[in-house]
Write a protein that binds this ligand. Structure first.
Ligand SMILES: Cc1cc2nc3c(=O)[nH]c(=O)nc-3n(C[C@H](O)[C@H](O)[C@H](O)COP(=O)(O)OP(=O)(O)OC[C@H]3O[C@@H](n4cnc5c(N)ncnc54)[C@H](O)[C@@H]3O)c2cc1C
Length: 496
């Protein structure tokens, strides 16, 4: 066995992966006195996992502006005067998770995320994380920024800024991060305790012992075979929004040593993205292929039929399931149609795509090669079904349709102001929902409901948190809350 720089260190805690979940775990373990090694399969240039691709949005519970002031101490009084941020307490966060997961999210794990969300954001702030307000699902009107409650805070510089900061903090805290180093197996004692990991680097395989291991190595969204096996027909061909390195082998290894599979293994987070997006995430685009302004227009499939209630809820509660809805349509494509009234409301990210523009619905159909009569009929019926009322993009305005299926429950305005603008979209997979079970201390649980000694997990590799859908910004929050817990508990193992 070759001895490399990795093994010369004698580490207390090994963290597998180098995304948000991993580095929060590593920082927490270090704060609790452990010597920490972080293993990243990707080369340094591609480090940071899905977390680097992300919008950096952290959903957390806050009772009011006083809580927000503790997080954003950098703002002036004048800047606070522009903020319209209704409270988002724990009950509201819980209601959101339970509503969108149809009551199926694990209640105990959900409560931990919610109860520790603010304290974890404050902990990250104390560590040195910089934040900015999120423009996603917020609207700027008359000099005020009106936020969708809960979706207010993102890391400065989004996922790229989040990960740059976490890597720099890891360096400041003396954490060793090694790249191009793939976990390929566990080291275990006779009683099943995890005593380290086996890795493969460019110079060969190596065993690295440690008092505890934290798995933070993502889901299986970038593994074609596992997608087909667990998510079902068609998922092998879906576009991947994030990193190509989340291929699920550590999840399989954990199951092989007895970890309990948990949560929605046929489920995933999947959103509308540009139909021309690359097959796998591109760090030059990060999350900018997303197409999330559909609540202000309509979406039709290749038969020119609507297929979802575009205004069912604020986008943050529907975007993670509408990718799947698009993937069930013929050709796995859809067309988001806006008119001159609503084009100004489109997110800036639409700039990365090329729209089709026409002065008439017939002209659109011709350019898009959609059935002309069907598209004209869909738009005519939709326009006739729009009920009176005031349109307000900042809240669920109840401006709805009547008498059509599917309905549009909010933000329904007739498409009657040319030119008409269309963005072709498909569904892209973000991350998978199935994973290993952890308990409230982030310990990995086995199939007999007993913790596997020495093994912890956080982030996408854990299951049970999200089912069918999720409220935007909960993925990073879940990873950081359980990363912080896992780091602390793993550090304590060195005193055993
Ligand atoms: C485009 C996009 C936008 C998103 N926006 C948001 C958002 O704004 N807010 C939000 O909450 N969530 C968002 N998400 C989801 C969020 O990014 C994930 O939930 C979160 O980043 C997962 O963090 P993680 O640390 O568990 O995994 P990752 O950040 O993916 O890290 C896993 C790491 O493990 C490494 N790894 C895998 N296998 C091995 C191995 N065998 N050995 C060593 N290393 C390994 C990978 O290389 C990777 O670096 C977004 C995701 C995408 C793709």
């Amino acid at each position: 066995m070759s001895k490399t720089a990795i093994n010369s260190g004698r580490y207390d805690v090994i963290v597998v992966g180098a995304g948000n979940a991993a580095l929060t775990a590593a920082l927490s373990a270090t704060q609790h006195g452990a010597k920490v090694l972080v293993l990243e399969k990707a080369p340094e240039a591609e480090r940071g996992g899905n977390s680097r691709f992300s919008g950096g949005l952290f959903r957390f519970a806050y009772d009011g502006v006083e809580d927000l002031r503790r997080v954003r101490q950098d703002l002036t009084t004048a800047e606070w005067g522009r903020i319209e941020a209704p409270p988002y307490d724990g009950d509201r966060f819980r209601d959101d998770i339970m509503r969108v997961t149809q009551g199926k999210a694990d209640k105990g794990l959900t409560n931990i995320v919610i109860e520790q969300s603010l304290s974890t954001v404050l902990w990250m702030t104390e560590l040195g994380m910089d934040w900015q307000w999120s423009v996603l699902w917020s609207v700027e009107q008359q000099g005020k920024i009106r936020f969708s409650p809960g979706a207010i805070l993102e890391a400065k510089g989004k996922g790229v800024g989040l990960m740059a900061k976490l890597f720099s903090l890891a360096g400041e805290h003396g954490i060793t991060v090694v790249y191009g180093t793939k976990m390929i197996g566990f080291l275990q004692a006779g009683d099943g305790r995890v005593t380290g990991v086996r890795v493969r680097t460019a110079s060969g395989a190596e065993d690295i012992p440690a008092a505890a291991v934290v798995l933070a190595s993502g889901g299986f969204e970038s593994n074609t075979e596992m997608r087909a096996r667990y998510l079902g027909p068609g998922w092998d061909r879906v576009k991947v929004r994030g990193t190509k390195f989340n291929t699920g082998e550590t999840l399989r290894m954990a199951l092989d040593i007895g970890a309990k599979p948990f949560g929605h293994w046929q489920g995933c987070h999947s959103t509308p993205i540009d139909a021309g997006a690359p097959d796998v995430g591109d760090l030059r685009l990060t999350d900018r292929t997303n197409r999330l302004s559909y609540p202000f227009g309509i979406m039709v499939n290749a038969l020119a039929k609507r297929f979802v209630d575009e205004g069912e809820d604020v986008g943050g509660y529907t975007y993670a399931k509408f990718g799947r809805a698009i993937l069930t349509q013929p050709g796995t494509v859809a067309y988001q149609i806006f008119d001159a009234k609503t084009v100004p409301l489109l997110e800036k990210r639409y700039n990365t795509g090329t729209p089709v523009v026409a002065d008439t619905i017939e002209g659109l159909a011709e350019q898009l090669k959609l059935p002309k009569d069907a598209l004209v009929q869909t738009v005519r019926e939709f326009n006739a079904a729009v009920q009176p009322g005031a349109f307000d993009p900042a809240v669920k305005d109840g401006k709805r349709t009547a008498g059509i299926t599917p309905p549009k429950s909010n933000w329904a305005q007739p498409l009657d102001s040319p030119p008409f603008t269309v963005y072709p979209v498909t569904g892209g997979i973000t991350f998978t929902f199935g994973g290993v079970q952890v308990d409230h201390l982030a310990r990995v649980i086995d199939t007999e409901d007993v913790p596997i000694p020495g093994l912890y997990a956080t982030g996408e590799i854990t299951g049970g948190f999200f089912v069918e859908n999720y409220p935007g910004g909960s993925g990073l929050m879940r990873g950081a809350v359980f990363g912080r817990i896992a780091g602390e508990k793993a550090a304590a193992e060195r005193k055993r």
